[in-house]
Design a protein around this ligand. Structure first.
Ligand SMILES: [Zn+2]
Length: 602
């Protein structure tokens, strides 16, 4: 029996206001009652009960961001009808002291009970969403904490419609809708999915796994289960040991939301309900699952300095977020290849796409991957994305790849970047942290070489990658296939989207023909050569031109009609393939096989 259960029946807590249930011993834990009675209106009523530990003032705070999404989200905007009472049911005065914090006065240092309503209608942000079929609750967006309670055990009691099933990575309590968290940090990193859902379980290597799916869609849960079972067995190729005994894959098959988030021993994956079935879509799903599973070690067990412990009220800065995200993207493929969940052909296509995107990103000359990591909190799309930044995921992947090849080469294929991650797990797990200098120490330990110059050149300088040379190490080469012989196509250097009147510019590549002609983001193209722009893409009209031709473009800029001449350029090659070199040497083939864990492609 747990300490908590000796105190008070959880059932009593749900049905009886705690201040009416007689004398209550001082609690060294927080009771969190979440009642979902009008799910169709997206409301939850939350009640927190805890011991004020002799403090006359208690400050309750809701995080302003949630783990796994490095962005200020202002989650307190969903809190309503806040109130506080003492052990006798007497109202306690309170005031807000900042946008996320409520200060309760005159607590007499005894038990207090805080109540508030949460409006939960943020599906795509994976913070809080309640409707008549389910609730997804990330506690960062639902449960407040105080300095007195952050380290305390939390007991969560859900009151939900009868037909709902509740699932979480948290320890289960005494009934189907009760969960226990060791402390607040565990609670906010263990979301709860409750509702009408499909539920499956399996065990591998003494660990229990669950798959819970909310929403209808074209998924085949038997195939998902079989592949997840294979996926989780591949972690042994990177880390020795597991940081969990039970892990939950939560899936939302829905509309209007996509993406995924890693948590302590669970993940939430959102996909369009009809994006599970064909091979490309399915590969997207299983790749995301692999990515989030890698995070269970990389981020949830070891994190760079600046993110330990999490500061829930402010930005948590680090120049190493590329290692947290980009290396996770890199290692996800290592799991997929070794589990034969991705073919070598699919892997090489994925690499080609990544290389192409990087080659067409002018921002790589203006920002380092370390700077990109630090600035993640203020990242924005548009011009910043294309022309002034690199990305912690995509360029973080490339830096991880460079590092892997460097280690494989220096150690005669005996060690790889995977060894670096195992050392991070074994020696730098939280509460420890790691910094740049620790990574240099680990790299020296693995390769017996000093990586200061390498680090300066690739992490703290603009990236310049010789892809031909890199690929050749593994017996591969770049080929543009038919594109090499195709006649030259005209190019302007803009991306557009269809709007009511024409085509709105969403990106202009720095120094491209359109950039030189002065076109910019948000201009709405209405005519080309005096004829109305009725096509969905500019490329359709560009087919009538050749490189070096001049093309007149008429557009609205803040309601004013403007015409400019664009001197068209030549379309850069995009149809990149990565293919094996004919007669690749034994050494190159061995390199490929040590890199990927699979046979060199025929
Ligand atoms: Zn990630």
């Amino acid at each position: 029996m747990t300490k908590f259960a000796r105190f008070i029946s959880p059932l009593l807590l749900i049905i009886t206001p705690w201040f009416m249930s007689g004398a209550i011993a001082a609690q060294n834990y927080v009771t969190v009652d979440i009642s979902i009675e009008q799910p169709q209106h997206h409301y939850a009523q939350v009640t927190l009960s805890f011991d004020a530990l002799n403090q006359k003032k208690v400050i309750l705070t809701l995080p302003t961001w949630r783990t796994g999404r490095y962005e200020i989200l202002n989650l307190s905007n969903g809190i309503r009808e806040f109130s506080a009472v003492d052990s006798f049911g007497q109202k306690l005065p309170w005031q807000k002291i900042d946008k996320d914090s409520w200060q309760i006065n005159n607590t007499q240092g005894k038990n207090v009970q805080i109540s508030y309503q949460v409006y939960a209608n943020q599906l795509g942000k994976r913070t809080r969403h309640i409707d008549d079929s389910h609730a997804f609750l990330d506690a960062s967006a639902v449960v407040m904490y105080s300095e007195q309670t952050r380290a305390s055990k939390h007991v969560i009691n859900l009151s939900v419609p009868k037909s709902w099933r509740s699932v979480s990575g948290l320890t289960s309590g005494n009934n189907d809708h009760q969960f226990i968290a060791k402390n607040y940090d565990v609670l906010v990193d263990s979301p709860i999915e409750t509702g009408i859902n499909e539920y499956h379980q399996f065990s591998v290597d003494g660990r229990d796994y669950a798959l819970v799916i909310w929403g209808k869609g074209n998924y085949d849960s038997e195939k998902m289960l079989a592949d997840l079972e294979v996926l989780v067995q591949q972690s042994k190729h990177i880390w020795q040991g597991y940081p969990f005994t039970r892990y939950v894959f939560m899936v939302h098959a829905t509309s209007g939301a996509r993406g995924a988030t890693e948590h302590l021993n669970s993940t939430i994956i959102q996909r369009s309900r009809f994006k599970f079935s064909d091979r490309k879509d399915y590969l997207g799903f299983i790749s995301t699952a692999a990515h989030e599973f890698v995070h269970t070690w990389n981020v949830k067990q070891y994190r760079p300095k600046g993110l330990v412990p999490y500061d829930y009220q402010h930005e948590n800065y680090s120049t190493l977020l590329w290692l947290s995200e980009g290396s996770t993207s890199y290692l996800q493929n290592q799991l997929l290849l070794r589990g034969e969940l991705m073919t070598s052909k699919e892997f090489l296509e994925n690499l080609a796409k990544r290389i192409t995107a990087h080659l067409h990103k002018p921002g790589k000359e203006s920002q380092t991957i370390a700077e990109s990591s630090f600035d993640k909190w203020s990242e924005e799309g548009g011009d910043y994305d294309k022309n002034h930044s690199v990305n912690i995921y995509s360029e973080g992947f490339l830096v991880s790849w460079l590092l892997d090849f460097s280690i494989l080469e220096k150690t005669g294929l005996n060690k790889s970047y995977r060894d670096v991650h195992n050392i991070l797990y074994q020696d730098y797990s939280i509460p420890k942290v790691f910094e740049e200098r620790d990574l240099l120490t680990i790299l020296k330990q693995v390769t017996a070489d000093d990586y200061s110059t390498w680090w300066q050149g690739n992490v703290n300088s603009a990236l310049t990658i010789d892809f031909e040379k890199l690929l050749a190490q593994a017996g591969l080469k770049m080929s543009y296939g038919k594109d090499d012989t195709v006649k030259q196509q005209a190019w302007a250097g803009i991306k557009t989207k269809v709007v009511t009147n024409g085509l709105q510019i969403t990106a202009v590549e720095k120094n491209s023909p359109a950039w030189q002609a002065g076109l910019t983001i948000d201009d709405v193209i209405v005519a080309v050569e005096g004829l109305r722009m009725a096509d969905k893409e500019l490329t359709t009209r560009l087919k009538n031109f050749k490189p070096k031709d001049r093309m007149s473009v008429t557009f609205f800029r803040r309601d004013e009609l403007v015409t400019r001449m664009i001197s068209l350029g030549e379309k850069p090659k995009e149809a990149l393939n990565i293919v094996p070199i004919e007669n690749a040497s034994k050494q190159q083939q061995d390199f490929f096989e040590r890199w990927t864990g699979i046979d060199f492609p025929e």
